[in-house]
Design a protein around this ligand. Structure first.
Ligand SMILES: [Zn+2]
Length: 417
């Protein structure tokens, strides 16, 4: 087993990032809870773990060029309010209404969240860390020219576009000779949020262009009529068809998915990873699939790293068993803010190679103003509830059959690349 001592972890945060992320209308006050709990638990201290070297890195705001890697210029102008006056029809055109209203500080929020994820990607790309974390990122519903599902900026897509780029050629002609024909970088995007990663999956979906693919997206989520977002790409892989892209994969789960179900499907995730053999893995760790999420209410997932199939166990597998790739962990959904803080703090401790005990008490510390919000348990755990797992053996067998077929197809396409 790979020793965690080899890991260098970059945790991206700044006072400005916390200030503006805490204004996000769908998650008001969440960012400050997340980072203040991580700090109160000592996770941001360099000596938290003897096995890892932690750097806390302050992100810069994304530039226009950064945002233009993916977003359309007229959308960037609309969210950064660089074009006046703005009309109501423009708001509708760009999705800036309903669940994505304009809010005070939106331009700063967009620049900082994108800048934080881009910084996290750059520290990996240039080898300053093996793992980087931006819990304020993971806005997986944002589209090229449109805000959607509480997401205004496609930071996941921006990071993937950056990571797949070839590094600048070595300056010395000799070093160029010594590193010939370097393989183009492969980036795997794994989305563990309860909602389908439509913004990211759609961005890289191109069934007619499989020979040059460098990006594979795999979203594990809930899909059902009326459950956001509606997309044909959210369904189980179906082939043969001209619209099938083995690099754009979905693994929808039925209501009540528990550790038992996640343990059942996890080998399919790892099989796809092994075949694709990525240089980088971007993991969106939305926490709205955990039991007790007040908005989502579809899964019955829990945290405990010791339980096979839990969120903590999945993250531990990625950190400790997925060899040969650098990892970027992002946040996402999660509408019980204290539970999001608990979860991302716990996942940080796993990434740092020293998991906290879930029975520990939340610190009642003067620097940690959120303490009363952790009632009634005041412990770190987010336990599973009593929801019935509707993922039957028959359904899981169908998932297995489809992923076995997808694996064969993917292997064939990669061999011919
Ligand atoms: Zn979600």
């Amino acid at each position: 087993m790979c020793s965690p001592a080899q890991y260098q972890v970059a945790y991206i945060v700044s006072q400005d990032l916390i200030k503006y992320s805490s204004r996000l209308p769908s998650n008001v006050g969440r960012s400050i809870l997340v980072h203040s709990l991580a700090n109160a638990l000592g996770l941001l201290s360099q000596d938290y773990s003897p096995h890892t070297r932690l750097q806390v890195i302050k992100p810069g705001p994304a530039t226009l060029d950064d945002l233009s890697m993916y977003h359309a210029r007229n959308y960037i102008d609309a969210i950064l309010l660089t074009v006046e006056p703005e009309t109501e029809s423009e708001s509708v055109e760009f999705g800036l209404e309903d669940d994505c209203p304009r809010f005070s500080g939106l331009p700063e929020y967009v620049r900082l969240v994108a800048g934080a994820t881009i910084t996290a990607a750059r520290v990996l790309r240039f080898g300053y860390a093996n793992i980087s974390i931006n819990w304020d990122g993971g806005r997986h519903h944002a589209q090229k020219s449109r805000a959607a599902g509480f997401c205004y900026v496609a930071d996941c897509v921006l990071a993937i576009l950056l990571l797949k780029k070839t590094l600048p050629a070595p300056a010395s002609p000799l070093s160029r000779i010594l590193t010939p024909n370097q393989r183009r970088y492969r980036v795997m995007y794994l989305d563990l949020d309860a909602h389908f990663s439509d913004g990211v999956s759609q961005a890289f979906y191109s069934p007619a262009n499989l020979k040059s693919k460098q990006v594979l997206t795999l979203s594990v989520h809930h899909a059902a009529p009326g459950f956001f977002p509606s997309s044909p790409l959210a369904q189980l892989p179906f082939e043969p068809s001209t619209s099938f892209d083995p690099f754009t994969l979905s693994l929808p789960l039925l209501e009540g998915a528990s550790v038992k179900t996640f343990a059942n499907i996890w080998p399919h995730v790892e099989c796809i990873k092994d075949i694709f053999n990525p240089d980088y893995v971007v993991v969106q760790c939305g926490v709205d699939g955990l039991a007790g999420d007040p908005k989502c209410k579809v899964f019955n997932w829990c945290l405990d790293v010791a339980i096979e199939g839990s969120l903590g166990w999945c993250v531990s597998r990625i950190v400790n068993e997925w060899k040969g790739s650098r990892k970027l962990f992002l946040g996402g959904g999660g509408y019980h803010s204290p539970n999001a803080a608990r979860t991302w703090s716990y996942l940080t401790s796993i990434i740092l190679g020293k998991p906290l005990s879930l029975s520990m008490n939340i610190p009642d510390d003067p620097s940690h103003s959120g303490f009363p919000l952790y009632a009634p348990t005041f412990t770190l755990d987010v336990p599973s509830g009593n929801m019935i797992d509707k993922n039957t053996a028959e359904y899981l067998a169908d998932v297995q059959n489809r992923f076995e077929r997808v694996s064969e197809i993917l292997r064939g396409v990669l061999q011919s690349q």
